[in-house]
Design a binder for this molecule. Structure first.
Ligand code: IPD
Ligand code: CA
Ligand code: CA
Length: 267
């Protein structure tokens, strides 16, 4: 196993176990608002500190991009750790037990290793570039759907960017006519892992941040999924707009996005 994946897993488990434990003492969770419908808790921050500690003790020179701390520049700018300490904060605040810790390592702009940990189910999704994707060490693969008939798609609502509601809902209602059903789980990192594991047939969301996507994207691709932005390109780390699934599933989803999305989101 890549040594950095080992460290990523150690950090994710440590943070995940802290988050799960914190949910048992829900009265001690302090929540504050960062932006419109955007919450952060003391537990997000504590989990992030635990992860940064583990990384820094093995790789003191690496750079880190972490949701709550921003960019922590190290001497080595070629290696960058991308961290979401708690993906699914809204679920966490509500006591809804579906959230994850997401950690990816990018070297010279390419994601090399990734892990997403769900501490409530003790499920660890991992991937190393070129070596496939695993759930608790067992190989996972995307479901090779040919079209959207019977497909169950995961998505996320643009609840922090309601200016995109109309466009998003047009895409959603057009897709709904063709596919079987939707899931809105509340953790984009797990949505991508669930595509990888064949638990859903595809996923799309707009306006995500690099830490929501970086790990799940590699895990999905290593499981055989296609990942694109809303224009069918590969700019999703910048635009935050992402579609994932089998090649044909993504093609069919993109058709609805293209036909119903406005210019502001077709990137
Ligand atoms: C959020 C979750 C959610 C998605 C949002 C993300 P956070 O991350 O991934 O599923 O719909 O767009 O921002 O804020 O809980 O880390
Ligand atoms: Ca997130
Ligand atoms: Ca988060």
């Amino acid at each position: 196993m890549h040594p950095m994946l080992n460290i990523a897993i150690r950090a994710a488990r440590k943070a995940g176990n802290h988050i799960a434990k914190s949910l048992e003492n829900a009265e001690k969770i302090e929540s504050s608002q960062k932006g419109t419908n955007d919450f952060v808790t003391n537990v997000d921050k504590e989990a992030e500190a635990l992860i940064i500690d583990v990384i820094k003790s093995s790789y003191p020179d690496h750079s880190i991009v972490a949701e709550e701390n921003g960019l922590i520049e190290g001497k080595d700018n070629e290696v960058q750790w991308i961290i979401d300490p708690l993906d699914g904060t809204t679920n966490f605040v509500k006591g809804l037990p579906h959230f994850s810790v997401s950690i990816a390592v990018r070297i010279k702009g390419k994601t090399e290793v990734a892990c997403v940990y769900d501490p409530m189910l003790n499920e660890l999704f991992t991937a190393q570039r070129g070596s496939g994707a695993q759930l608790n060490n067992a190989r996972i693969r995307v479901t090779p759907i040919k079209d959207l008939q019977g497909a169950v798609l995961a998505t996320g609502f643009p609840y922090k960017q309601k200016q995109h509601s109309e466009s998003y809902l047009k895409i959603l209602s057009s897709l709904f006519v063709e596919c079987a059903d939707f899931r809105r789980t509340g953790s984009a990192a797990l949505d991508l892992c669930y595509v990888a594991a064949g638990r859903v047939d595809g996923f799309f969301e707009l306006g995500l941040k690099p830490w929501d996507l970086a790990a799940g994207e590699l895990i999905a691709r290593e499981a055989g999924a296609i990942v694109t932005d809303f224009a069918g390109g590969t700019n999703y780390m910048t635009s935050g707009n992402i579609v994932s699934g089998s090649a044909r599933g993504v093609k069919a989803t993109l058709k609805h996005i293209r036909e119903n999305g406005n210019e502001a989101i077709l990137k």
